[in-house]
Design a protein around this ligand. Structure first.
Ligand code: C5J
Length: 223
């Protein structure tokens, strides 16, 4: 079986290549640009921009090989019926979920600020998962779609490492998926939280999964 150099030990690839999918978590203007949700919570959003070129390269690699790609978007219905009051009120910032910001209503589906950044815009044949929670399996069709495609291995990328990325990876791990978190395709507003998440994931023999680099993965996929 082919393997990818990774930690805590090489990541085994599935024998059937189409069983591996790329998951891109929440690469949305709301998290990466001034005036969105991340900014409203007081974060330096410019930190997250750094992974965009590497993630573009990885995405292109999956597209070139015709492998499945899933994009997730954290968002809520305009009437906020899928947003718990606890989530809306948390943070006590001046702008909160549903309020009008410079890019439209914060974290609301269909608003300009909620779009995926243009560099990573989904193609028509790619899956888009609209998620109201931090984890991509909560209240979404993700599990059914992965099962329908026969996917067993998930390559996890996006933002932010310790929130939606880690939550999704833990949800996936509990559902039996073999998950690899791509170190240079995920980022946090807090560098120490990213580092801790990478270490937590691969601790205890890979209790949540593996971590590795985009270059190692791309080399392994095309070998
Ligand atoms: C957050 C996310 N941080 N996509 N969302 O609220 O990580």
């Amino acid at each position: 079986m082919a393997e990818i150099p990774a930690l805590p030990y090489p990541y085994p690839l599935p024998t059937e290549q189409r069983a591996i999918a790329l998951i891109i978590i929440d690469m949305q203007r709301d998290f990466l640009e001034p005036g969105g949700f991340g900014d409203a919570l007081g974060n330096d959003v410019s930190r997250l921009q750094a992974i965009v070129p590497t993630l573009q390269t990885l995405l292109q690699g999956f597209r070139n090989q015709g492998l499945p790609v899933f994009h997730t978007m954290e968002c809520h219905q305009p009437d906020l019926s899928d947003c718990p009051v606890s989530k809306r009120d948390r943070g006590k910032s001046t702008l909160t979920i549903g309020d009008a910001g410079p890019m439209g209503r914060i974290l609301i589906r269909g608003e300009a600020g909620n779009d995926i950044i243009p560099e990573l815009a989904p193609l028509p044949n790619e899956f888009v998962i609209y998620k109201p929670g931090k984890g991509a399996f909560y209240n979404t069709p993700l599990q059914e779609q992965l099962q329908a495609q026969g996917i067993t291995h998930l390559i996890i990328t996006g933002v932010t490492t310790e929130v939606c990325v880690q939550t999704t990876m833990r949800e996936a791990n509990d559902r039996g998926y073999e998950c690899l978190l791509v170190e240079d395709c995920t980022e946090s507003y807090f560098p120490e939280f990213k580092q801790s998440t990478l270490e937590m994931v691969r601790a205890q023999g890979g209790i949540v999964g593996w971590t590795g680099t985009a270059a190692a993965l791309l080399a392994g996929l095309s070998a």
